[in-house]
Ligand binder design. Structure first.
Ligand SMILES: Cc1ncc(COP(=O)(O)O)c(C=O)c1O
Length: 414
């Protein structure tokens, strides 16, 4: 056996082997998975816009008008009018002066973090931030202080040690695997006190919360206080790509320094035009955001009725903690056998011992679909979820290091 086979075998042994599942048709509330109809509970097509006829038509028209590919980086072969127009729409949507498009959320986060933090600087990053932020911190060559999840005392302690080296506090707006919301007001206040910039990755807040779906930063009324708001086009906005909203000077700086923008081909015109149509629909039909909120509430309430606690937050991302990776996979497969697709999420995406089903609710689900699914999930997940709570209480009482709080190998200051 060669070394790669050995590594794959190790992943299989530890319950961490991944494979791609085959889905036919668009990301609607129901899909065909390996030919079998299932309820889709793990797509980020939160507002049902990825398969909306107007979004599809807009992408098709753009392909005919501007072509399929953008040809090169925008700094090389030019900024296409369609890119400029979407940047203006997004700046308007987020209430900022400027906006810069990126190829994806992953590229936006790695690009923005590594532009704003340089060797010798310190970055402050929530321990549950998305992997693309973690990778941005690594690329920046700055030191990273990973503060405990939403723990403002820990963040302040770190800021106080920085002695002027603090360049950036970075946080998810809505945490992608836990569905909770960052304490943005407190973060902004600390940033002001310690003269540090703030970046919020609002991948899962954009289109889903706040006034007119403008996101977690708008919900907190902090558009003018946050230095950079990153959002993706590939989730609620139904397309592909990402953006960084900021003031004009910051936008110019990102164009000049973000390597993932400079050295990567621009977004394809059909993806840009699709996102434009999605933004228009969001504006015309606020009921989509209202319905997403209602559906999130239904899922959380129904899970609680069926014995599964999901935390105090009310977002569309609903974590059902199982514990061991192999157990999470077996619950996922059993659910699939009964017609519900809620992908199990395992390390390194989440901490060891906290593997889970990450339920993603969409505005296009019906109340009865969610109620039936919650009953089934409750029946299968409840014994594991209860066992996980007991184990966590034991670890906390014993003073053993709590493995579930150490994320992606980064602990305290790296
Ligand atoms: C919080 C967060 N940020 C960034 C990303 C990356 O975005 P994209 O899929 O557009 O690369 C994701 C998910 O993929 C995410 O959950």
């Amino acid at each position: 056996m060669n070394e790669i086979e050995d590594r794959l075998e190790e992943l299989r042994r530890s319950g961490l082997y991944r494979k791609l599942r085959m889905v036919s048709g668009p990301q609607g509330p129901r899909v065909l998975l390996n030919g079998k109809p299932v309820l889709l509970l793990c797509s980020n097509n939160y507002l049902g816009l990825a398969d909306h006829p107007r979004v599809r038509q807009s992408a098709a028209d753009a392909a005919m008008r501007w072509g399929v590919g953008a040809g090169a980086s925008r700094l090389v072969s030019g900024n296409m009018t369609v890119h400029r127009r979407l940047e203006e729409m997004l700046a308007d949507f987020k209430g900022t002066e400027g906006c810069v498009l990126f190829g994806s959320g992953y590229l936006a986060n790695t690009g923005v973090v590594s532009s704003l933090a340089r060797e010798g600087d310190l970055v402050f990053s929530d321990e549950l931030n998305h992997a693309s932020i973690v990778d941005g911190c690594r690329l920046s060559r700055a030191e990273t202080f990973v503060y405990r999840h939403k723990d403002m005392d820990h963040l302040e302690w770190g800021l106080a040690q920085a002695k002027g080296r603090g360049a950036l506090i970075v946080t998810d707006g809505v945490f992608s695997m836990d569905g909770d919301v960052a304490p943005l007001e407190d973060i902004v206040e600390l940033a002001g006190a310690y003269d540090t910039r703030v970046m919020v990755d609002d991948a899962h807040g954009t289109g889903c919360m706040g006034p007119d779906g403008r996101g977690s930063v708008a919900a907190a009324g902090l558009e003018q206080e946050v230095d950079v708001i990153v959002g993706t086009l590939g989730k609620a906005l139904g397309s592909y790509g990402a953006f960084a909203c900021c003031d004009r000077t910051m936008a110019k700086y990102l164009v000049n320094t973000a390597r993932s923008l400079i050295f990567s081909t621009a977004l394809p015109p059909p993806a840009v035009a699709g996102a434009m149509a999605a933004l228009e629909l969001l504006n015309e039909e606020p009921r989509r955001v209202e319905r997403l909120a209602r559906n999130s509430r239904v899922m959380r309430e129904q899970l609680a009725e069926n014995g599964v606690v999901t935390g105090d937050d009310q977002t569309q991302i609903v974590p059902v903690i199982i514990g061991a990776a192999a157990d999470a996979m077996s619950v996922c497969e059993e659910l699939l056998a009964q017609g519900v697709f809620a992908q199990a999420i395992r390390p390194p995406t989440v901490a060891e011992g906290s593997s889970r089903l990450r339920i993603a609710v969409m505005s296009s689900h019906t109340k009865s679909e969610l109620t039936d699914a919650a009953r089934l999930i409750g029946r299968l997940a409840k014994p594991f979820a209860a066992q996980h709570q007991v184990e966590r209480a034991r670890v906390l009482a014993s003073g053993e290091p709590d493995r579930s709080r150490i994320y992606d190998g980064l602990s305290e200051a790296a």
